[in-house]
Design a binder for this molecule. Structure first.
Ligand code: SAM
Length: 188
């Protein structure tokens, strides 16, 4: 099985007017996605944020729950947050996943997700088959605000098909989407 990590991108993302913006780090995203990532055997959960103060906020949350009073109160959470890595750009996450000296074909592959059909997409069954085969590590990328900016989607190796429920209404939180995506890719 290939190495799998997830990333939560706060820039570049879209706002309601389809402009490229930077979103605010949300504490519950840090906790929720780290628990899902740990549950499904992800190596790391990369928080991508270009603003230093926001990265410092993320580091404080992690420090509080891995070394502070909450770490003593809820030790299990420490294990989940231990896989969180805070970086400035998605490229930093790809570089961090790609072993030193790895050749180009061993470079981590970027798979992006979106709530709407924004281009030719890979099915979840094909993605699951790819994950269980041999190959370079995979970075599954989630957006915030109104979704990943086109630059991220265009630069990715694959776009996964939107997760669909039963009807037209489809507005999953990133926390729900991440858990469903990981279960489709790596769940028993
Ligand atoms: N502010 C919102 C929140 O708190 O959840 C964030 C919305 S953001 C657009 C949700 C992200 O989760 C998307 O960028 C995408 O990565 C993922 N996502 C949401 N719905 C999805 C779906 N139906 N299929 C695949 N990914 C989805």
């Amino acid at each position: 099985v290939r190495r799998l990590s997830i990333a939560l991108v706060h820039h570049p993302v879209l706002d309601a007017k389809n402009e490229v913006v930077t979103s605010t780090l949300t504490t519950m995203d840090v906790h929720d996605l780290s628990r899902s990532a740990r549950t499904y055997g992800c190596e790391r959960f990369y928080i991508v944020h270009p603003i230093p103060a926001q990265r410092a906020l993320g580091a404080r949350i992690i420090d509080h729950w891995t070394h502070g009073s909450s770490a003593k109160r809820i030790p299990d959470r420490k294990d989940a947050l231990a896989i969180v890595t805070i970086v400035s750009t998605l490229e930093d996450a790809v570089n961090d996943m790609t072993r030193d000296g790895a050749s180009e074909e061993d470079r981590a592959r970027v798979w992006v997700t979106a709530a709407r059909t924004i281009g030719p997409s890979m099915s979840w069954s094909d993605a699951r088959a790819e994950l269980s085969s041999d190959g370079p590590p995979l970075l599954l990328v989630f957006g915030t605000s109104w979704g990943l900016a086109p630059a991220v989607v265009e630069g990715a190796d694959a776009l996964l098909a939107p997760i669909h429920g039963t009807g037209e209404w489809n507005h999953l939180s990133v926390r729900a989407a991440c858990a469903i995506a990981l279960d489709r890719l790596a769940g028993c």
